[in-house]
Design a protein around this ligand. Structure first.
Ligand SMILES: C[S@@+](CC[C@H](N)C(=O)[O-])C[C@H]1O[C@@H](n2cnc3c(N)ncnc32)[C@H](O)[C@@H]1O
Length: 320
């Protein structure tokens, strides 16, 4: 039997406690809430990959199209030996475009909370790009991510695609961008964000006809049952995507179909019929509003690339 090193074991025990604490705090709030980072267990990451291939989910294919057109322009500005650091790298599909268009990168540092998915993606990339050193970091980028010390003096290109920045409230986005600004020797930062558009297109992207996004959202309850021993009856909840005009965001909720009580770690959580758990925000920006947030975080905005229909945008930021 393979033994698990003690360090890994004690870290995973702490991780379980963090998960439980976060879930209990969120479900005991007046508007029940679960942090969207918990959507990404192995099954959730796999479902997210399926979402990116849906016809209704325009962000992934649009961002790929924008990067394919734009990255060649950026390439001459990137110094040979630069390390590429990516936040929320998932399956690293867009990373391959960066590797193809920007030659001479020395190292790839993907950071993701979804461990097995991250390690599988890094292993695939190592096979396909043997000259680039893979240094995956399993972690939560909302808490401190310390980079390996030997990379502190290496020039860096930061990459944050997928409109993951939109999962944060604007103040949280400024905080995260500010922490990115504090990473040593960052020359350039590529950030993908989603643009404001008609609510029908937006709702359809987050509530597809095939029910993949619904499965992604409901998988949270399956995960909580499995990892925290809760007794959610998943069939008693349904997925809902809402456009919140005031806050310019799509919200994902899990709606309780009836009045019910759920047990988690000795606590009883009461749901009335129609009450929701708010599971994800996806903020939509104008280019001006995003530039304002980036400026507040100490970044100067260079170009912003968009597609012909103005569905999505990719900003090139430089330290001010
Ligand atoms: C919207 S997906 C984007 C994936 C990929 N970058 C793309 O463009 O398709 C968000 C990714 O960020 C990761 N993630 C979400 N919250 C995180 C957190 N707090 N810390 C680290 N990774 C996180 C998820 O596991 C997932 O891979």
């Amino acid at each position: 039997m393979t033994s698990i090193p003690a360090e890994t074991l004690s870290q995973s025990i702490r991780a379980d406690q963090t998960f439980l604490q976060s879930i209990l705090t969120g479900l005991q709030a007046e508007q029940k809430t679960i942090d969207s980072k918990w959507l990404y267990d192995p099954k959730g990451s796999h479902l997210f990959d399926q979402i990116t291939e849906l016809d209704a989910y325009y962000p992934t294919r649009t961002e790929i199209e924008i990067l394919e057109r734009g990255l060649g322009e950026l390439a001459p500005q990137i110094r040979p030996g630069t390390a590429l650091m990516e936040l929320g790298s998932g399956s690293s599909v867009k990373t391959r475009l960066v590797f193809e268009h920007i030659p001479g990168l020395s190292t790839y540092v993907p950071v993701d909370i979804s461990e097995s998915h991250l390690l599988a993606a890094a292993a695939d990339l190592a096979r396909d790009y043997p000259l680039i050193e893979m240094r995956p970091i399993v972690g939560d980028f909302t808490s401190d991510i310390s980079l390996p010390k030997d990379l502190s003096n290496v020039p860096k290109l930061l990459f944050f695609p997928g409109s993951t920045i939109g999962n944060f409230e604007p103040e949280g986005a400024v905080e995260l961008l500010t922490r990115c600004r504090q990473i040593e020797r960052v020359d350039d930062f590529i950030v993908g964000f989603d643009l404001v558009k008609d609510p029908c297109t937006l709702v359809r992207a987050y509530d597809d006809e095939l029910g993949v996004t619904a499965a992604f959202n409901l998988n949270l309850l399956v995960r909580i049952n499995r990892e925290l021993g809760a007794d959610f009856e998943t069939a008693a909840f349904r997925h809902e995507a809402r456009w919140n005009k005031r806050d310019s965001r799509i919200e994902m909720h899990l709606v309780s179909k009836r009045s019910q009580t759920v047990g988690i770690a000795g606590k009883r959580i009461q749901f009335s019929q129609g009450e929701t758990i708010h599971t994800e925000n996806s903020h939509k920006y104008t280019t001006d509003r995003f530039s304002d947030l980036a400026g507040q975080a100490g970044w100067s905005v260079g170009e912003i690339w968009t597609d012909e229909q103005d569905l999505f945008a990719v900003a090139l930021l430089k330290p001010e």
